[in-house]
Design a protein around this ligand. Structure first.
Ligand SMILES: Cc1ncc(COP(=O)(O)O)c(C=O)c1O
Length: 408
């Protein structure tokens, strides 16, 4: 049975072709039901509540972190804190590195040309405020990291290397094993930070095997509610990091003129957290586990990547002016495909898809430096997930052909 039946949205919109999962994933029934159940039966604020409802919420919140620790192979839940989304987690990390004096004027942060704005702007803010340097590693012909450029730019003044594990535009998966080995051999004191927003929903990002110092990702792309960012850090590093944010729940004590931050992970979670969101992430991870985990997801993904590239091969013969912004190789990519064209405005193409109930996204996908590097202003992006089928891909290319044929 297709996994589609687990997602209620498709029973409400029977002809929906949802090809926008790189933006956000649809939610399985167990996540939706779970949220309702938690709100009806187990909801109260966490943090030292003596009564049963508060304890139940605390159990849910902690259970969610245990599930995340399983997913990414963290050593303990103290290494995991929640924030608002991946963007806020990256902002917290960048500003806390500055606040802790671990990132100073003249220090260099190395990013890739394929980063999402979430992993660019926090560093540019640090550039503006304290004068760090931000440099970008180029891409190779398959949209992977250009390791020759990487090695040349990995100079002793590099304090942080922050890379996406998979691009939200090209679908390329970066070789993080090679990146780790290069960093650890050439500049072992630099911080190895990973944006797993597009990767964690698709394949295992094992923080211990990859020796990742900090990992962030975002719950809603993994089928949880929106409003939940996940921030992993090695315990020794998190202990050395002075939070740039603070407030209730994140302190040990407060006096009129001073305060002491709480222990881990609460010190990075001031205020009331998204308790129901955390519960929804727990249910989403349990759902992934129940369908066979990453083994099953990767199996479905391999088939749909193969099929999309096959269809693309036929399509591009008819429309050679359409450009795939990404690799045509099946290996080393996820199921995110971006197409650039000058035949028609991309917003008009997305509107024409929408008229047929096909959800794709047009624009720069919050990756303007990548667009500039490719000499384009935007692309049409179709992105798949475990509820998609070969029929969805057929429909995409069928309608894309119709749209372009009318224009021609
Ligand atoms: C690679 C990557 N990083 C970060 C983000 C930001 O995620 P959020 O908007 O949930 O903070 C996205 C979202 O598209 C992304 O694709």
């Amino acid at each position: 049975m297709s996994l589609r039946s687990h997602f209620p949205v498709f029973s409400h919109h029977s002809d929906l072709v949802y090809l926008d999962s790189a933006s956000t994933a649809q939610k399985p029934g167990v996540v939706i039901e779970g949220m309702k159940q938690h709100m009806e039966q187990e909801y109260a604020n966490i943090h030292r509540g003596a009564y049963d409802l508060s304890e139940a919420s605390e159990v849910l919140y902690h259970g969610s972190k245990e599930a995340v620790a399983r997913l990414i192979n963290a050593r303990e839940t103290a290494e995991i804190s929640y924030s608002y989304n991946a963007t806020s987690a990256l902002n917290i990390l960048a500003s806390s590195l500055v606040h802790s004096g671990q990132l100073r004027k003249g220090d260099k942060v190395l990013l890739s040309r394929a980063e999402h704005h979430a992993n660019i702007v926090p560093w540019l803010i640090a550039k503006e405020t304290i004068g760090i340097e931000v440099e970008f590693i180029g891409l190779d012909a398959d949209f992977g990291l250009d390791f020759r450029d990487f090695e040349a730019k990995l100079t002793p003044d590099v304090r942080v290397v922050s890379l996406t594990a998979a691009s939200n535009v090209t679908g390329s998966v970066f070789d993080l094993v090679r990146a780790r080995d290069l960093i650890r051999s050439k500049n072992p004191s630099s911080i190895f930070m990973i944006d797993g927003s597009q990767a964690v929903p698709h394949f295992r990002v094992d923080v211990q095997t990859l020796d990742i110092d900090y990992l962030v990702f975002t719950g809603h792309k993994l089928m949880s509610d929106t409003g939940l960012g996940i921030m992993y850090g090695k315990k020794s590093l998190l202990k050395s990091l002075v939070p740039s944010i603070g407030g209730g729940g994140a302190i040990n004590w407060v006096h009129e003129d001073s305060f002491a931050p709480a222990g881990l992970p609460s010190r990075f979670e001031p205020g009331t957290p998204h308790i129901i969101g955390a519960g929804s992430l727990l249910r989403a991870i349990e759902f992934m586990e129940s369908i066979g985990g990453y083994t099953e997801i990767e199996w479905i993904e391999k088939d749909l990547v193969h099929y999309t590239l096959e269809k693309w091969g036929e399509f591009k013969k008819q429309f050679p002016e359409i450009k795939l912004i990404g690799s045509e190789k099946e290996e080393g990519r996820i199921w995110v495909f971006s197409f650039a064209t000058e035949i028609m405005h991309i917003s008009d193409i997305a509107d024409a898809f929408a008229d047929q109930n096909i959800c794709v996204r047009a624009g720069h996908h919050c990756a303007e430096p990548l667009m500039q590097n490719q000499g384009i202003t935007g692309s049409i992006r179709m992105s798949l997930f475990l509820y998609n089928t070969r029929e969805d891909i057929d429909r995409f290319f069928e309608v894309f052909t119709e749209i372009l044929s009318i224009k021609n």
